[in-house]
Each structure stands twice: as structure tokens, then as C-alpha cells.
Write a protein that binds this ligand. Structure first.
Ligand SMILES: C[S@@+](CC[C@H](N)C(=O)[O-])C[C@H]1O[C@@H](n2cnc3c(N)ncnc32)[C@H](O)[C@@H]1O
Length: 392
């Protein structure tokens, strides 16, 4: 009898199921947490010396862990119990902490959060074989709570809150400890309005400059345009950039949004081109400021082929891509910048490893890294903003 090939089990699937079954039945292990990873989890070693990552722990904790992933080089697990807490642990003020997908580090004192983030940036650059500049400038946050000017909430019936980490499970909140106070004060009325929907809903709350809060219902994230979430830290980033931008050299603001980073430079540079897939419509802050609603890579390609930009250099470029950085387009974008005679670049990133890899593309093509700034836009989370100044 010929076996039906469709009935043969995928051996990989079988081994994955087997491994999951083994994990499910495995006994909890004890781990001494010695460090924090760039991804936010505490890090220790199991009895075989294997790196083990455990969210919501910190250096100095001895913890009981249920493994969820076990590979030959590393393992991940869920915190079951804190056997001995680190002497530095602090109480998390938020009742939803560890359930809500927003904050990972409320149990860690802010100075440890900050030092870990700064060191994480240094480690990431070193892992990409990037020679560190003489000084890495650090800008920790002064307001470590209630700093966010924008949040995206989910709700249904009597509950409003956030999704749990990597899931669509709603974690209800009464207030968010990192959202601005004015956002929190609207929550109960927003929840009442949300009850009108017969289905789960999404609402984005955006703190406006006059202190009022705008509501956007059931639309994409940042549907009215991207905005940096931490106003105080955004001011520091703009000031850092401003010191570096050469006067009298025209400027490309790539992934520029509404021009947050380039509008403050308007009086100092002769021309600005702000390129973003969602620039504002029908608005132009000045005659020499031009919005281009376009994807950056094809726009640059077009400019290298027949655009006016080519004749007007040398240029400075601000580059502030979304979370995953320039990605596959990195190498090509760096080539286009050279063809367009860009000689100075500020590269901003909100996810450290992609940002470091993007810097490596520049260095591979002959650029020199002159300065780095680390700015904490996101206290109580492992996320961090960084900026690099490169010249050629
Ligand atoms: C981190 S935000 C930076 C925005 C701006 N620099 C600021 O400080 O407000 C990234 C921006 O990239 C834009 N974007 C994402 N992918 C893009 C692409 N392929 N081409 C052009 N813009 C893109 C988004 O619309 C968003 O405004």
C-alpha cells in the first residue's frame, strides 16, 4: 500500500510540538538575574550556563521561572515567583503593570533604567563594530511619569485600556501612569462615549498645545500625522540637532513628518525639502520649505536621476525613519545621498539595533561618526531614542 504523502507529518512541526510539550511539562527553574537586555527582559543563566531572559525582573533578583522557549543558545521564561528581590526594586504604581503591553520597567528605579538604556546603545554600536565617538551625550528624562502626549486605547462596553503584550486581550485601566494628566482626566468621559459602539473600539487621545485633548475614533495610529510622544525630550533632540546643522547649507528632512525637526531650522538654512509618506496637505510653513508626500527611497532615486536637488548641494540630511530603521533600503539610500552630494547627516532612531545597523551602512560607505546622543523619550519602558551625527 502506498502511503499517502499528505499524511506524512512535518518532522519540524513534530519536533516543535514535542519541544513545546516538554516545556509544558518541565519543572520551573531558578535564575539569578544579573543584567537587563536591550529588549527589556532581565537576563540570567540557567544551571547549564544558558542565557535565560525573564520579563519583569531586574539585576539582583532570584526568581522562579517557567520556560516558554528553550533553544540551544538561549531560553525565555515567565516569572512565576520572586524568591529574593533585588534591593533596588521599587513598587510599580500602575495596577495593570505586567499585564498591559505598555510598560516593562516600572519595577526598576529610573537611574537604573537610564544607565541600562545608555549602555544598551553603546553595546549595540560595538556589536556592529562601530568605533564610538569621544563623547556619547546623554539626555535622561526629567519627567519620568505622565509624559506621553498621545495614547491609543482600546475599549468595549464598561472597559477601556490597552492590549496585553502581543495579544488582542484588553487590559482595563482607570488611568495610565505614563499618559499626561489631561489625557487621564478625559478617560471616564471617553469610556462613556465608547459604550455607544456595539463592537470593540479604538480611540487615540492626543494632547493639543492648548492643553485640550483631541479624540480620534477607530482610525489608524497617528492618522492625523506622526508626533513625537514626549514633548520635553523632543525639545532636547531639536536643540541637539540645531547645534550640529551647518548654517547656509540646504536641508533634506527625510521621514520628516510635519517637519518637527526641520521647521526650527528654517531661519538658518536656505532651503528645506521635507519628505514623508504623510506630510500635511495644503500647508507650507515658508516659501523655501517644501513638503513632498512620497516614500523616501523612490523620491531620492528620482532626484538622483533628474531632480533639481542634485545641482544644489552640498546638502545636510536629517533622517528619522520609523522603528525598524532604513531596513533593506539602507545601503541604497546611503548611495543616493552620496550622489546628491549630502555631506552631513543626523540619523535618528527609536529602536537601537536597526539604528546601529543603519549607521554601519554609512560607515561602510566612508562616513565618519562624530557624535551620538541618547535621549530617553520613553521612561518606564525599555525603548530609547538615539541620534548620530555623521559627516563625509
Ligand atoms: C519616527 S517618525 C518621524 C517623523 C518626524 N521626523 C518627527 O520628528 O515628527 C517616522 C515617519 O516616517 C514616515 N514614513 C514611514 N515610512 C516611510 C517611507 N517609506 N517613506 C516616507 N516616509 C515614511 C511616517 O509617516 C512618519 O512620519
Amino acid at each position: 500500500m502506498t502511503k499517502n504523502p499528505m499524511r506524512r507529518k512535518n518532522p519540524q512541526k513534530k519536533s516543535t510540538q514535542h519541544a513545546l510539550h516538554n516545556l509544558h511539562n518541565s519543572r520551573p527553574i531558578i535564575v539569578d538575574i544579573i543584567d537587563l537586555s536591550r529588549g527589556g527582559a532581565g537576563f540570567g543563566r540557567d544551571e547549564n550556563g544558558r542565557a535565560t531572559f525573564v520579563p519583569f525582573t531586574m539585576p539582583g533578583d532570584k526568581v522562579k521561572v517557567k520556560l516558554t522557549t528553550a533553544k540551544s543558545k538561549y531560553a525565555e521564561g515567565n516569572l512565576l515567583d520572586i524568591i529574593e528581590p533585588s534591593s533596588k526594586r521599587v513598587d510599580a504604581p500602575c495596577k495593570a503593570f505586567t499585564k498591559c503591553g505598555g510598560c516593562q520597567w516600572q519595577h526598576i528605579p529610573y537611574d537604573t533604567q537610564w544607565e541600562t538604556k545608555k549602555q544598551g546603545v553603546i553595546n549595540s554600536l560595538s556589536l556592529n563594530n562601530i568605533k564610538l565617538p569621544a563623547a556619547i551625550e546623554g539626555f535622561p528624562a526629567e519627567s519620568t511619569w505622565h509624559y506621553r502626549n498621545r495614547v491609543q486605547l482600546r475599549g468595549y462596553k464598561d472597559e477601556i485600556g490597552f492590549y496585553a503584550n502581543q495579544s488582542n486581550t484588553l487590559v482595563a485601566i482607570e488611568q495610565c501612569e505614563i499618559a499626561h494628566a489631561n489625557i487621564n482626566s478625559t478617560l471616564s468621559s471617553v469610556k462613556e462615549k465608547g459604550k455607544e459602539f456595539k463592537k470593540p473600539y479604538k480611540v487615540e487621545l492626543n494632547l493639543l498645545l492648548d492643553g485640550t485633548v483631541a479624540e480620534t475614533w477607530n482610525d489608524e495610529h497617528a492618522s492625523s500625522g506622526f508626533r513625537q510622544v514626549n514633548d520635553d525630550q523632543n525639545e532636547k533632540l531639536k536643540a541637539w540637532i540645531s547645534e550640529l546643522i551647518p548654517d547656509n547649507q540646504p536641508l533634506l528632512d527625510l521621514y520628516g513628518g510635519a517637519g518637527n525637526l526641520s521647521i526650527p531650522l528654517m531661519d538658518r538654512v536656505p532651503e528645506i525639502h521635507c519628505v514623508d509618506s504623510s506630510t500635511p496637505e495644503n500647508e507650507q510653513p515658508a516659501a523655501h520649505f517644501h513638503y513632498h508626500r512620497a516614500a523616501v527611497e523612490p523620491w531620492l532615486q528620482q532626484q538622483t536621476a533628474n531632480g533639481k536637488i542634485k545641482q544644489q548641494g552640498p546638502w545636510t540630511a536629517l533622517i528619522d525613519p520609523p522603528r525598524d530603521g532604513l531596513g533593506k533600503t539602507g545601503e541604497t539610500i546611503v548611495q543616493y545621498l552620496k550622489q546628491l552630494n549630502v555631506t552631513a547627516v543626523v540619523l535618528v532612531g527609536c529602536k537601537t539595533d536597526p539604528w546601529s545597523r543603519d549607521i554601519a551602512h554609512f560607515i561602510e560607505q566612508g562616513w565618519k561618526l562624530k557624535k551620538v546622543a541618547v535621549l530617553d523619550f520613553f521612561p518606564q519602558t525599555y525603548h530609547v531614542e538615539s541620534a548620530a551625527f555623521l559627516i563625509r
